[in-house]
Design a protein around this ligand. Structure first.
Ligand SMILES: Cc1cc2nc3c(=O)[nH]c(=O)nc-3n(C[C@H](O)[C@H](O)[C@H](O)COP(=O)(O)OP(=O)(O)OC[C@H]3O[C@@H](n4cnc5c(N)ncnc54)[C@H](O)[C@@H]3O)c2cc1C
Length: 304
């Protein structure tokens, strides 16, 4: 199948969780397109992950996967090991009146609802971002004027070497939709801080955010969220619109009519269609406005 030579030559260390060869990633990402992981590893706990990485040939690449809500997996698949944090990493617990500790695989909805139940305000924006804590920490996910760097106290990560390290907010070098989290590192938990609030008021803010989302974004589509970062002083969606790309199609991929910074898989798109459409949009925007759009969506793996 996908990566026969490596599969044959590399013996993988034992695990307590699950480890699958040639595991299709399309069902695990929002675009529902793309190839397979050479190996997909769902660790049982942080020690399982750490022991596995410490024993793994250092030449084998490692990548973390959340809910795949900001990801194009290319059609030739992802060489090496893709680490997906499942149930054992999906817990969220209040530490005190303002702080929560969250597993790296916990969803934004779970984090914001647990904050509400414990009277912790300021995390409502996570209600609207369909990713995991690990994805938020890496991408500095944000919405409605707040970003992960506004709430992160620290995070526990497992480095590619297997070493376990705690990084503070300042260690992550946060800028817009970017962190300096080392390549191959997996965020296994994070501590977020808000401020005391009334659960009813927190719920009302979550409802307001959810309704605003529903109105402006294609939430029930095969998509990857915001495709391009907003360039300084500009909105990416407006530049895409002005370049005449609203509804533009390439193969099975289309620029959303509802929100022009979203690309859609209209049915049978390959990841090559989606990426080529993104590049065509960048070309047209450059031609129209002279502005170079930068991908926000992470593109991983090999072309077919
Ligand atoms: C409908 C829709 C709306 C969206 N709205 C927003 C929005 O308002 N604001 C916003 O910021 N984003 C938005 N996004 C994009 C996306 O939800 C965020 O970027 C989110 O942070 C990605 O989380 P994920 O867990 O799904 O990561 P993935 O998409 O699975 O991965 C994204 C990156 O994070 C890395 N990663 C994932 N988990 C870990 C981990 N445990 N440790 C280390 N690295 C990890 C991956 O390797 C990859 O580099 C939207 C997406 C969709 C589909």
């Amino acid at each position: 199948m996908g990566h026969p030579r490596l599969t044959a030559t590399i013996a993988l260390p034992p695990v307590r969780g699950t480890l699958k060869a040639d595991a299709p990633l399309a069902p695990l990402v929002w675009f529902k397109a793309g190839g397979a992981a050479q190996w997909l590893f769902e660790p049982k706990d942080a020690d399982d992950l750490s022991d596995f990485l410490a024993a793994l040939d250092p030449g084998v690449p490692v990548m973390a996967l959340g809910l795949g809500s900001n990801l194009i997996v290319r059609d030739g698949g992802v060489p090496g090991v893709v680490v997906r944090l499942g149930k054992p990493f999906a817990k969220v617990t209040a530490l005190d009146a303002t702080t929560l500790t969250c597993g790296g695989g916990a969803s934004g909805i779970l984090v914001s609802s647990t904050a509400r139940d414990n009277g912790i305000a300021g995390l409502e924006f996570l209600r609207s971002i369909p990713g995991t804590v690990g994805g938020f920490v890496r991408m500095n996910g944000g919405a409605y004027g707040r970003e992960t760097c506004d709430i992160l106290v620290e995070c526990d990560i497992v480095l590619r070497s297997g070493a376990r390290v705690t990084l503070s907010n300042a260690d992550l070098g946060y800028t817009y939709r970017h962190s300096t989290l080392p390549d191959g590192a997996v965020v296994v938990s994070a501590t977020f801080r808000g401020h005391p609030g009334e659960p009813a008021a927190i719920q009302a803010e979550m409802d307001r955010i959810a309704a605003a989302r529903e109105e402006s974004q294609p939430l029930r589509s095969k998509t990857g969220g915001s495709t391009f970062k907003n360039p300084d002083g500009h909105k990416a969606w407006a530049l895409v619109d002005e370049a005449g790309c609203r509804g533009l199609q390439l193969g099975g991929a289309q620029v959303s009519e509802k929100h022009t910074n979203f690309l859609l898989n209209t049915g049978e798109a390959t990841s090559a269609d989606i990426e080529a459409l993104g590049e065509e949009v960048r070309r047209r925007v450059r031609e129209k406005s002279g502005i170079e759009l930068e991908w926000e969506i992470q593109r991983v793996g090999k072309a077919k």
